[in-house]
Design a protein around this ligand. Sequence first.
Ligand SMILES: [Zn+2]
Length: 216
Amino acid sequence: MDFEDQRAALVSAAHRLAHRRLVIGTGGNLSIRFEDRILVTPSGADLEFLTPEQAVVTDLDGAVLVDTAYVPTSELLLHLEIYRSTSAKAVAHAHPVASIAVANLVDALPAVHYTAALVGGGVRVAPHEVFGTQELTDAVAKALVERTAALMRNHGSVAYGDTIESACQRIELVEWLAEIYLRTAAIGEGAVLNQEQLVAVAMAAAQRGYSPISRR
Ligand SMILES: [Zn+2]
């Protein structure tokens, strides 16, 4: 994949999140790391209508490298911190309804289904901080320790992966887990998996050489 392919991948992922209603309006942002450059969605972008030339290229400190009329997303700090502190090659941030509802109710989304193993288990909730701030970045980085996804109270969710597709799949997986949690919690206290059970799932998946959800 060359840099232009990455632009196309970023645009497809943006359209996918918008079409699946995981963002509305100008909410949500995405980035891809390519060697020592970051390709990131612009500030104020409506992901549904994102075009390849709107993507902004920065270095690992966020300095814009390629002249453009667009400025990087206001959440650039958060993306850069995730590249610094994890093995991420791509980061997705969205505003999905059930994920936000759960983030407003509890401090962590429990592992209500075995596929939670894909994001490292239960998903922690970062407390609310104003978007674009160092405080929010720090809170999310803490929630992401040993996880590939986190929830953000009164805000949304964030996930990372080796590709922008896997980061988006994790946003979708967390949203699906959040829906299961909400349906269960409406009736009573449902069963949840502990870390030992999730490790057994991860080992079984590794032995079979597949991940527990299909790749499209
Ligand atoms: Zn946001």
